[in-house]
Design a protein around this ligand. Structure first.
Ligand code: NAD
Ligand code: DAU
Length: 360
């Protein structure tokens, strides 16, 4: 029996991870600690509400008292820290909450885990493991050639990635100083169900469906290395069970796509998958694309070398891009109510503030 404490489990990757492990393992108990920020959504977990091996706790990873209550009430074996402010554009507007949650929150979580896990002789039970879910953005930006390897120096270039890199270094310091059992995964861009439509892929799908202009930053030639979210979840679970404590593992799909190509692919698939008699079909075309002012400090290219996790732990991405991207568009088309709920209210205000000047 393993007890997982998943933080940020009501967000995009966290909720996919909870579905994945509950399907995969019979002998687990899952605690989901989530603050339910704008990005946290319990609708993502509706189908498992009431499961006896799942418990949701609303709370903040910066709240030391609450973390102590959780660790004293449950014999937590694994901590998987997804909780974070995750959107680069928001961090450019105001980085305060990014430093609080991503840096101080991670440090608080590490401290409490250490307090409860460390044994009188200073060692740790082999069952206990902490996994920090990090990002390829900590490595900065690539030119035309090359890949991010685990040995690539950290060179974050926006407040979000700087906060994630800071958290990585704090995790590393706990491993080096206290022998704390933690590992770090650094993944490239994820796509799939339940992603909040502030991020490129769901934003494009949503704008197609509502006939809005599609904002493409700069010249649209920036490159991201896309991985289907379930493949990321599989990799995290493998690192947790088989990874070497103290190590970093890069995760990526070897799937580089220019932003403008991604936008065109999505326009084509949305149009194709809409019902014949859907009135929106005729309005969806590349004419919706609008090149707008670039993101400040926009990283040009990300590309992951994932050979370490492939060779050492036997992980390989299983979903092809063609299959994954069609599944994703289908999911958004079949979950119109979910999309409607997350794009009303607060989202409209956010969209207006973030894009008004760019799209006017
Ligand atoms: P997300 O924004 O969709 O979800 C974040 C979740 O964390 C939300 O449920 C939110 O309510 C919760 N949260 C935020 N602050 C919290 C706090 N102080 N205490 C408790 N919960 C809090 O993010 P995501 O895209 O699912 O990313 C999850 C993690 O994976 C992040 O750490 C991110 O840096 C990392 N990551 C994301 C990607 C990607 O492509 N999305 C790629 C690599 C790594
Ligand atoms: O690489 C991993 C990272 O991927 C994660 O650590 C982050 O949490 C996650 O948000 C994601 O960061 P990006 O900045 O790469 O993702 P985003 O979807 O915001 O943007 C993808 C690309 O699309 C990027 O080059 C900016 C561009 N873009 C984005 C938006 C929202 C546009 O051109 N127009 C847009 O409206």
């Amino acid at each position: 029996m393993y007890t997982y404490l998943i933080t940020g489990g009501a967000g995009f990757i966290g909720s996919n991870f909870i579905h994945y492990i509950l399907n995969k393992h019979k002998d687990i108990f899952v605690i989901n600690l989530d603050k339910l920020t704008y990005a946290g959504n319990l609708d993502n977990l509706k189908s498992i509400e009431g499961y006896k091996n799942y418990k949701f706790i609303k709370g903040d990873i910066c709240d030391e008292k609450l973390l102590e209550e959780i660790f004293s009430s449950y014999d937590v074996d694994y901590v998987v820290n997804f909780a974070a402010e995750s959107h680069v554009d928001r961090s450019i507007k105001d980085s305060t909450i990014f430093v609080k949650t991503n840096v101080l929150g991670t440090q608080t979580l590490l401290n409490v885990a250490k307090e409860y896990w460390q044994e009188p002789d200073g060692g740790y039970n082999k069952k206990k493991k902490f996994l920090q879910v990090s990002t390829d953005e900590v490595y900065g930006s690539l030119g035309k050639e090359g890949y991010f390897r685990e040995t690539t120096p950290l060179d974050p270039r926006n407040p979000y990635s700087a906060s994630k890199a800071s958290a990585d270094l704090i995790v590393k310091s706990y491993c080096d100083t206290y022998g704390f059992p933690a590992s770090i995964t650094r993944c490239s861009n994820n796509y799939g169900p339940y992603q909040f439509p502030e991020k490129l892929i769901p934003l494009v799908i949503n704008n197609c469906l509502s006939g809005k202009k599609i904002p493409v930053y700069g010249d649209g030639l920036n490159i991201r290395d896309w991985l289907y979210v379930e493949d990321h979840c599989k990799a995290i679970d493998i690192v947790l069970r088989k990874g070497k404590m103290g190590d970093v593992y890069n995760i990526g799909g070897n799937n580089e796509v220019k932003n403008i190509d991604m936008v065109k692919i999505l326009i084509k698939i949305v149009k194709e998958l809409l019902n014949e008699n859907d009135e929106r079909k005729d309005l969806i075309s590349e004419e919706l694309i609008k090149f707008v002012e670039d993101r400040k400090g926009h990283d040009r290219r990300y590309a992951i070398d994932a050979n370490k996790i492939k060779k050492k732990l036997g992980w390989v991405p299983e979903t092809t891009f063609e299959e994954g991207i069609r599944n994703t568009v289908k999911w958004y088309l079949n979950n119109g109510e979910w999309l409607k709920n997350v794009t009303s209210g607060e989202y409209l205000k956010y969209y207006e503030e973030m894009y008004k000047e760019r799209l006017d």
